[in-house]
Design a protein around this ligand. Structure first.
Ligand code: ZN
Length: 55
């Protein structure tokens, strides 16, 4: 379900919140990894998911 991730425009953190960042209250948007290989992209998502689980 990696496509549910949003990225904060302000603090650049990933979140599952749809409306705003739970860390700083900034706007979130769907991240658009353009030039990364699929492996890099999923590695990033896995890191983000690990970070969320630690909270
Ligand atoms: Zn934020």
């Amino acid at each position: 379900m990696v496509w549910l991730l949003r990225k904060c425009e302000k603090c650049k953190k990933y979140t599952l919140k749809q409306e705003k960042c739970p860390y700083c209250g900034g706007n979130v948007r769907i991240p658009h990894p353009a030039k990364f290989s699929p492996d890099d992209r999923y590695a990033k998502y896995r890191q983000a998911m690990r970070g969320l689980k630690l909270k």
